[in-house]
Design a protein around this ligand. Sequence first.
Ligand code: SF4
Length: 362
Amino acid sequence: MQPSELSTFRQSLLQWYHSTARDLPWRRTRDPYRIWLSEIMLQQTRVAAVIDYYNRFLEELPTVGTLAAAELQTVLKLWEGLGYYRRSRLLHKAAGVIVEEHSGQFPQTFESLKQLPGIGDYTAAAIASIAFGEPVAVVDGNVKRVIARLKQYNKPVNTNAGYKDLKNIADHLLEQESPGDWNQAVMELGARICRPKRPLCESCPAHQNCEAYRENRTSAYPIIKKKEAVPHKTGVAILQRFGDSVLFTRRGEDEMLGGLWEFPIRLLKEEETLRDAVRRLAQAYDLPVPRSSEPIAVIAHEYTHFKLTIYLFEGNEARELSSLPSDTHRLLPLHQSGELPMHRAQHKLMEALQNTQQALKF
Ligand code: SF4
């Protein structure tokens, strides 16, 4: 783009943004804590799903200091249902670092923000530009799509090389005076106008500057390198009763979904049968091996990197629980289990259970 063309492009996009931007709660603030929270919640999650979580989280933990002082279990409970729980654990950890190493003051530059746990290029650029006005461009999926079309970028966008190229272009296009608004404008354009399918080019404030539109090739971009097939894993779980209560266990902090609660669960080893896995699981918790080889519920769940099927077996009558630490093991009636933060697959097991006759016993 020639300098004059670039200047017109920037003006039109900013004007469009200021006149049509959605009124979202995190757009009414420059508080880095609130912007950070929204950016972390919005990763992998739709805007509509985030708003309630965002408001609830801030009601309970309104400052970085309150977040740092909160128990991880409180944070996980506030995050429950939003998925990708690693985000919330890192948020909690980073709040601790801000309080302990920065006296509770947010680092104010792109580079210093990136030193915090869970903050990568994208989040650091978003906070630095929106809260502190630093001229650094954000590059997320929406931005990649917009730039790939504007520039007819002819290589895959989901590679390291693609990211570097697009980041350079995004930094070149960036409006230096209001980088926060600019970054949000490009992302908003990608979300609402330059959509993955059937972009609304006629309503697009950038169509005069768009190479793909000019050549009627918008559907050819962005180019995406195909990902490998997602592996499928199988797990077994045991519904173990003790009187009116059921055994729940907490996942280790360093595991995937760390800190969240579930029925005792194990993934099958290679070539292991369901029966052998159930036996191994029961032994690990010193529980009687379930009698029936028929599961009482089966659920399927998809994570980013694998698909999971879990078979839930009814435990055998157990009189006593050998002494197990209470921070990792709880006995609760099913109807009271809502007080424990749980992951989505565990919620699915509970829902499936409610649909079986077994649930009537509780
Ligand atoms: S003209 Fe169409 S393809 Fe180009 S940026 Fe706008 S919406 Fe996207």
